[in-house]
Design a protein around this ligand. Structure first.
Ligand SMILES: Cc1cc2nc3c(=O)[nH]c(=O)nc-3n(C[C@H](O)[C@H](O)[C@H](O)COP(=O)(O)OP(=O)(O)OC[C@H]3O[C@@H](n4cnc5c(N)ncnc54)[C@H](O)[C@@H]3O)c2cc1C
Length: 483
């Protein structure tokens, strides 16, 4: 793959500063598309990436009266057909589930997509139990604290969201060219053929051989974004040296619909509710532990997850690195001699759904900018965050909401939607907000990764104090809920 960015920018603009009615626009460009090296089809917006962020943007662009006349293409490497026809088994859940804040769900509702998400597979939760795996200090949140909101967040499979977005886009009719099973192979600038000057326009060459010239190229193409590379935007950050192990858990009983998170020195372990007696696991731990957990049988992993919420962190590390055969008995034996607050821990796990165990390396990354001339980045292409606060996709949806607002303004005021000047409000609104959240999550990870006694004492005191101060808790919850 090649991403070529010559060191020249056009000063000559071919884009009218007034919005062009779609009929005229099509006619104008449909007849003059043999403008670049070969024939590039001209689009107002080319989105690379058909994950939740890219599809949310496509759906929102078509839903907004201000932007629905824009000509849009979306390029996705994977086959989206299975998600168009998504027919999951009722009691089986995907291992990639995101906790969507009420703010994210409101945005998806406003753009007409949330109606297409299968509600029976979404689980709202109204409480969170979070505690320190070393000192036992805890903090609990309940929706009542938030005032009007009755829900903290909604657990939704990424596949459910993507499938709902595809269905919403189909409902909106023609207007978006979705090219799936199509990879971006090269991005370069166009040429000036005398009739059209595309020297400042990104031209995307895709695996089907087509070329697409973009007035605005949006990188929704994930953490290794080819669009970001093309735009020469650097990222800062680090790898955590931790992997997030995910799995779908079968529970002994349905239990309360609340989220549980215990901070262990190797990383937090979280169990989040799904409909029925099921839950989603996100266990951040060392690569060695993650590899060992992935080799366990369903019974073995179920026992280890139970241990993670009940046993001491020393016992957990010892068992995971020394046992495979006999692990279930070892956990049961150690549990008998460990005291823990039974009202705080989640329902017991009795099994793990087949093929649901996977792991992902965790990292923190933030792009230096989300925009450059004719380029905008959204979602994981712009930032990757540790999953301990369940905010990655929520941040991505926040980007989409902000970018749509920016593009609506640009269209309504006759601006060129690809110019840095038009895109600037998007960058100003999102960058600092995301930066603060990335920083807080990063510090939380570091604060809880230590077993040093003074640090444990200080953080436990802090947690106990915050737990008793309703005003702080309300503030934290409002932030977490995306308000
Ligand atoms: C363990 C774990 C738990 C998480 N839990 C939560 C949670 O509870 N709440 C939350 O909000 N977030 C959560 N997240 C984060 C969330 O999953 C991501 O932020 C989100 O999926 C990113 O979506 P995206 O659309 O930006 O990127 P992606 O989902 O990565 O989509 C990028 C798309 O671009 C396509 N693509 C890339 N390169 C090319 C190319 N060259 N050509 C064509 N297509 C290309 C890819 O195929 C892909 O479909 C979690 C993440 C992890 C790892």
């Amino acid at each position: 793959m090649q991403f070529v960015r010559p060191l020249r920018l056009s000063t000559k603009r071919i884009v009218s500063l007034r919005p062009i009615p779609i009929t005229r626009y099509h006619r104008t460009y449909a007849t003059t598309t043999t403008t670049t090296t070969n024939s590039a089809v001209i689009y107002d917006v080319v989105i690379v990436g058909g994950g939740p962020a890219g599809l949310s943007l496509a759906s929102a662009l078509r839903s907004s009266p201000a932007t629905n006349a824009l000509r849009v293409a979306l390029i996705e490497g994977m086959d989206l057909e299975p998600l168009r026809k998504w027919a999951p088994e009722p009691r089986t859940y995907s291992n990639r589930v995101s906790s969507l804040t009420p703010g994210s769900v409101r945005f998806l509702s406003d753009t007409g997509a949330w109606n297409h998400v299968r509600g029976e597979r979404v689980q709202a939760y109204d409480g969170m139990n979070v505690w320190d795996g070393v000192s036992g200090s805890q903090i609990s949140f309940s929706a009542g604290l938030q005032g009007s909101e009755s829900t903290i967040a909604y657990m939704c499979e990424n596949n459910n969201l993507v499938s709902g977005l595809l269905s919403r886009i189909a409902e909106l009719g023609e207007g978006i060219d979705i090219m799936d099973k199509t990879r971006v192979e090269k991005i370069s600038f166009g040429e000036d053929n005398g009739e059209l000057d595309l020297r400042s326009w990104p031209v995307v060459q895709v695996s089907s051989g087509k070329q697409l010239a973009a007035r605005l190229l949006v990188g929704a193409d994930g953490a290794n974004s080819p669009v970001r590379t093309f735009a020469d935007i650097e990222t800062r950050g680090w790898d955590y040296g931790r992997h997030g192990v995910v799995a779908t858990l079968n529970l002994e009983e349905e239990g309360e619909k609340i989220a549980y998170q215990r901070f262990l020195p190797t990383g937090p372990v979280a169990m989040l509710p799904l409909p029925g007696p099921y839950a989603s696991l996100v266990w951040s731990t060392t690569p060695q532990n993650a590899a060992a957990l992935k080799t366990l049988s369903s019974d073995g992993l179920a026992a280890m997850v139970n241990a993670a919420f009940r046993l001491s962190h020393v016992d957990i590390d010892f068992i995971v690195s020394n046992f495979k055969a006999g692990l279930v008995d070892e956990v049961a034996w150690r549990e008998k001699s460990t005291s823990f607050d039974t009202s705080r821990v989640p329902s017991r796990v009795v099994g793990v759904q087949e093929k649901s165990v996977a792991s992902f390396p965790l990292k923190m990354r933030h792009a230096d900018s989300y925009i450059s001339e004719r380029v905008a980045l959204i979602g994981d292409a712009a930032h990757s965050v540790h999953p301990l606060a369940g905010q990655g996709l929520n941040q991505g949806l926040g980007d989409v909401r902000s970018l749509i607002k920016t593009l609506e303004f640009a269209v309504q005021h006759g601006q060129d939607i690809g110019s840095v000047l038009s895109l600037e409000p998007y960058f100003s609104e999102q960058y600092l907000k995301n930066h603060v959240l990335l920083g807080v999550v990063d510090k939380l990870h570091k604060l809880y990764a230590t077993t040093s006694a003074p640090v444990v004492a200080a953080r436990s005191l802090g947690l106990d104090v915050v737990d008793k101060l309703g005003v702080f808790k309300r503030f934290i919850m409002a932030q977490a809920a995306g308000r």
